[in-house]
Structures are given as structure tokens and as C-alpha cells.
Design a binder for this molecule. Structure first.
Ligand code: ASP
Length: 611
């Protein structure tokens, strides 16, 4: 369609346009001066085209072209011509042609950008965020945001076709005591009172089920005031979804279908085998030491406790006697790992909380049954017999030439350490194929866990998660054994989202809240609206909320979710471009009934109180 500014977009021009008069508008991507003859690559949203300026034929245009620099915004008039024999550029969709300029107008000049826009050179993150609008001009980031758009558009169409209704829910909410830390918003009209930004629309979507919508979704922004780890943002986006009269199985089937279709539509370069893997939480921890296993490689954990319970090696023997276990993995072909590498593995295991790491490099040749102690390079070789090593190796699926990594202790410790080792070894040896996406559903999460810090039971997922019917009786006397209908979708070692079947009966919710240490009065004060709603015919319901940022990052092949968010925050939750967060005026504070206690003053106050 012809527009006022342009007759074509730069990236559209082909040989068939030769001889056409065109008007283009865009940015100077590159400029080359061949002794008076000036070539500009003009870029717009559709791509690039070469513009050539002949000083003899169009002296005014050539004079303007001589003065432009990268990222100037131009309006160009000219005629499309086939490039001369031998100068066509097969790499470029417009490479058969060039636009011979007759008039060039500078619509806006540009300062020299703080980093090259026309190349993907590495730039430090602070600079990228400070000039994010220039960072987003670069090809990779622009492609990531377009991919994000396609993901969200696909999800909307997919769910719309299945009778889901997209409903917006409030951003100003009641603060809740459970879960992560809330972002608070002071109320001007209710002095001293605060709203909380939603950590997720969990309660709203359940209320929409009570309201009878049966199928809801929302591309929902969520806010959690947590310490930011590498892959966290204070605000992030979820595909929030809820269904009535459903089952865990139906929700998982829907998500499997959605992700399979989505991957095929937006990222067909990935092999995405459906059906997804399925495993229980227990199985995931047993085999991989984590509830978000990377299934692109083996390195499965074996329990060798029974094989070393009677060992002369006290570390193994005492761990088993003390109720712990000895577990390990085999690194295929790892026997040659140098000392430095072994030290790094040990340091990693320690960092993850293990007392130490027992390494055993299996050398020599022949079947494991013929293993001698001389064949084994291990700090424990003085205490562990060759027969014990052979049995352990077999249990771990190891052969000669492999390296055994063994950790002893309580399950929480061995799992954490072996998870860290598995990921490290896979990374170091390139075992995790970046072209594969291995999705899995992890199910049967425990409902409750003991919170050491708070000295009380807390919900593993959230407090609306339904227990297994058969386990309800154990809520009071054996809370740790209660299984819940909570599930995660994980991929390549990352959690993509969680969900659950919910509690929809008020008496069960009260009972769970009591288990979490909330008496009825407190429960009614904090969750009275939910308890009440559930008395008006709440249907059985459940849902899930996969992260959009993580999903897009996976399909974009990016590790960090900031690479798929237009304007993310830094790791200290600030925005180097706008300067947020910032101090506000005394008047704004007064209106919000806020008095700020500077950190020094707060510390002083605390010190005074303790005197
Ligand atoms: N609201 C939950 C979360 O944000 C997801 C769910 O249970 O649907 O993790």
C-alpha cells in the first residue's frame, strides 16, 4: 500500500521493481564512500536496501549523502535499478537491486550511537539498558520482540478457539501474607493503608470460576519483590489460565497441545517430541536431584547406599548409618579429568552444601569385574575396595574410562550437590543440545513443607492447592506425607510454570489454613472473601500459569529473560534509562501519607531500641 512517506518498504524491493520510481524512509544502516560515489544501506522495519548516489547525475542528493552518518533518518526518492553484473548480493533479499537516488532529505540527524546498531557486538548490559531503544533497533533484539508478539498472538488465538475468555484483573490488590514479598502502593484516600501489586491473579481467577466463566485466561503481569537472581525480574508476565470441572490430566493435555502447536508455529527449528516426559516430584528428585531436571542428557543419579553401607570408608558407612544415602553419577569418558577439573567439581559440591565429593576415575581395560584398585584414581582408593568400586560403577552405569562422582549425606544435600554437578558436567562437556527442547511435567508435589525460619508448615505451591483426596486425613498428623495436585511444566532444566487443582470447599481451606498456623479469625480476616465465595456454589477448578518471558526465551534460544523483555530492570531492580526507582517530592509523599525513614536513621532507631 502506498503511504504518504513511502511507496515501498526497503526490504520489499526486488528485480521486478527495476525501473520503478520509489520513495523510501528509514535509517542509515551503513554508509560507504567510493571516491565520490556514495552507497547507503537504508533500513526500515522490513529490511535493507542499497541506495546509490551519483555526484554527477544527482549532485544535491550526493552532497546530502556525503554528510549523513549511521542512524540518520532519511527520506529518499529514486529509481530502482538492477545491480551491475557481479555486484548482486545473494545474502540480501533485496540484493539484486539498488535504488539510484534523485533526492535525499534528512528527516532527523543522529548522534553517534554509544554502540554499533548495525552489528551484534557485545555491549555491557548497563549501556544496553541505558539506551534500550537503540539496543532494540539491533537485529537480534528486534527479532526477539517480534517472536514474543507471535507467541502471545498464537496463545490468544489457540485459547479463543477453545472457548477461553480473556479477562483483566486488578493491579491494585489486597496484600496477602503468604508467598513472596509484595510491592506495596500507598492509598491516598485511605491514610496508612496500602494496596499490593499482584504476585499473580490467583484469587481473581478462582473467583472467576465461582462467577461461572469456566474457562479464563490472561496475559498477566505479576510483581514480586524478591532478591533478583540472574533469571528473575521484579515484574514478569504469565499466561494465567483456569478451568472449571476439569482434572489435572486435562490441564496437562491442554498445555502439552498448546506448547507443541506453539513450537511448531513459532520455532520449528526445535525438535519438540510430544508427548512430554512425565514424572512425579519424588522421581525427579531421585533421578536428577531437582524438580526441574534437564532431560537433554542422561547423567542420572544412582543410589549406591546398599553397596557401600559396610564399606571400610567411614564417610560412606557413617552417612548410611546416620540415615543418609550415598548417591552418584557417572561422567562418560571423564576418567581423564585433570586435577584442576576434579578440584572444581569438589568445590561445586561443597558450595551446594555437601561435606565433600568422592571422585573415582576408572582406568585400565576389560570388563568391570576385572577392575583392580590400581585401575582406580580416587582419594578414597585406600579404603574402598576394587569390588566396591566395580559394584558402584555398575549401579551408576559407568564403564572404564568414566569418572564417578559420589556424594554422601541426607537426601536434601546429595540431591542439591548432584543436581549442580550434573548441570556443570553437561555444560562443560556440551551435552545439552541447544537445538532440543525437552519438556516435562513434574507432578505429585508434596502439599506442605516445614519452614525452618518461620518454624511452621508452609504451602509448597500455594495455599489453594488441593491435596490428594486420599491424603486429606494426614493433614494434621503427617503433613509432610500429604501429596497435592500441584504440577510444574519444566524444560531444559528450567521451571516454565506451575499450577494445581484448587481447594473449592471452605471447610477444607480452613483446615489447610489452620495447618499453616492461621486460626479461624485470622483466616477469615485475610481470606474471608475466598471462604465466602466458596459457600456460593464454587465449582471444582484448577489451572496453571506458564511464564511468557521464559517461554519466549526458550524459543528464542536466549538464556536470560531480559533478552526477550522490551524494557527490563537490572539485577538491582532499577532502570538505568529512566532512573527508576527515584525519590519523590515532599508533596507526593504527604499526599500518600508516607514519611520516609532514611536507612541510616532506621539503623540508628534500631540501635537505640536495642540499647
Ligand atoms: N498462581 C500460580 C503461580 O503464579 C500459578 C497457578 O497455580 O495457576 O505460580
Amino acid at each position: 500500500m502506498e503511504q504518504a512517506w513511502r511507496s515501498h518498504r526497503c526490504g520489499e524491493l526486488r528485480a521486478e521493481h527495476a525501473g520503478h520510481a520509489v520513495r523510501l524512509a528509514g535509517w542509515v544502516h551503513r554508509r560507504r564512500d567510493h571516491g565520490g560515489l556514495i552507497f547507503l544501506d537504508l533500513r526500515d522495519v522490513s529490511g535493507l536496501v542499497q541506495v546509490v548516489c551519483h555526484p554527477d547525475a544527482a549532485p544535491a542528493a550526493a552532497a546530502v549523502a556525503a554528510g549523513v552518518r549511521h542512524e540518520f533518518v532519511l527520506h529518499v526518492r529514486g529509481e530502482v535499478a538492477l545491480r551491475r553484473e557481479g555486484t548482486a548480493n545473494a545474502e540480501l533479499p533485496t540484493g539484486a537491486v539498488e535504488v539510484v537516488a534523485t533526492v535525499i532529505e534528512v528527516l532527523n540527524p543522529a548522534e553517534t550511537p554509544p554502540f554499533p546498531v548495525n552489528q551484534e557486538t557485545p555491549v555491557d548490559e548497563l549501556t544496553r539498558l541505558r539506551y534500550r531503544y537503540l539496543d532494540l533497533r539491533r537485529q537480534r533484539m528486534a527479532a526477539n520482540l517480534r517472536l514474543r508478539h507471535r507467541v502471545v498472538a498464537f496463545i490468544r488465538a489457540f485459547l479463543d478457539a477453545r472457548d477461553f475468555v480473556e479477562i483483566e484483573t486488578p493491579v491494585l490488590n489486597l496484600a496477602t501474607p503468604e508467598g513472596a514479598r509484595d510491592y506495596l502502593v500507598p492509598s491516598r484516600v485511605h491514610p496508612g493503608q496500602f494496596y499490593a501489586l499482584p504476585q499473580s491473579p490467583q484469587q481473581w481467577k478462582q473467583l472467576l470460576m465461582v462467577a461461572g466463566f469456566e474457562r479464563y485466561f490472561q496475559i498477566a503481569r505479576c510483581y514480586r519483590d524478591e532478591d533478583l537472581r540472574a533469571d528473575r525480574q521484579p515484574e514478569f508476565t504469565q499466561l494465567d489460565l483456569e478451568m472449571s470441572f476439569t482434572t489435572e490430566e486435562e490441564i496437562l493435555a491442554l498445555i502439552e497441545e498448546l506448547y507443541s502447536a506453539l513450537a511448531a508455529a513459532v520455532a520449528p527449528q526445535f525438535a519438540l517430541p510430544a508427548p512430554f516426559h512425565r514424572m512425579t516430584y519424588r522421581e525427579a528428585l531421585e533421578r536428577f536431584g531437582t524438580d526441574k531436571p534437564d532431560l537433554r542428557y542422561g547423567l542420572e543419579i544412582a543410589d549406591v547406599s546398599a553397596l557401600v553401607a559396610g564399606s571400610a570408608f567411614a564417610v560412606f558407612r557413617e552417612a548410611v548409618a546416620g540415615g543418609g544415602r550415598v548417591r552418584g553419577i557417572a561422567v562418560p569418558g571423564g576418567a581423564e579429568t585433570p586435577r584442576r577439573g576434579l578440584d572444581a567439581l569438589t568445590a561445586l559440591a561443597r558450595e551446594a552444601g555437601a561435606q565433600g565429593l568422592v571422585t573415582a576415575a576408572l582406568g585400565g581395560s576389560g570388563p568391570l569385574a576385572t577392575l583392580t584398585i590400581e585401575d582406580v584414581r580416587s582419594p578414597a582408593a585406600r579404603f574402598v575396595t576394587a569390588a566396591e568400586f566395580a559394584a558402584v560403577a555398575e549401579a551408576c552405569g559407568a564403564a572404564r574410562g568414566d569418572l564417578l562422582l559420589l556424594v554422601a549425606g541426607p537426601d536434601a544435600v546429595t540431591s542439591r550437590a548432584l543436581d549442580a554437578l550434573r548441570r556443570h558436567v553437561a555444560e562443560e562437556r556440551g551435552l545439552a543440545d541447544p537445538q532440543r527442547l525437552e519438556f516435562a511435567f513434574v507432578t505429585e508435589f508434596p502439599m506442605l513443607e516445614w519452614d525452618e525460619q518461620e518454624a511452621r508448615w508452609s504451602a509448597v505451591h500455594h495455599l489453594f492447592t488441593a491435596p490428594y483426596e486420599a491424603d486429606i486425613a494426614r493433614i494434621d498428623d503427617d503433613p509432610a506425607a500429604v501429596r497435592s495436585h500441584a504440577y510444574d511444566i519444566v524444560c531444559n532444566g528450567q521451571e516454565i510454570g506451575s499450577g494445581s487443582i484448587r481447594i473449592h470447599r471452605p471447610e477444607l481451606l480452613l483446615r489447610v489454613l489452620a495447618r499453616l498456623g492461621m486460626g479461624e479469625a485470622e483466616a477469615r480476616a485475610k481470606f474471608g472473601h475466598m471462604l465466602e465465595a466458596f459457600t456460593f456454589g464454587a465449582p471444582p477448578h484448577g489451572g496453571i500459569a506458564p511464564g511468557i518471558d521464559r517461554t519466549v526465551a526458550l524459543f528464542a534460544g536466549e538464556r536470560d529473560i531480559r533478552e526477550v523483555i522490551a524494557f527490563p530492570k537490572t539485577k538491582s531492580a532499577s532502570d538505568p534509562m529512566t532512573g527508576a526507582p527515584s525519590a519523590v517530592s515532599a508533596r507526593q509523599l504527604a499526599e500518600a501519607h508516607i514519611a520516609v525513614v532514611a536507612p541510616e536513621a532506621a539503623a540508628e532507631g534500631a540501635a537505640r531500641r536495642t540499647l
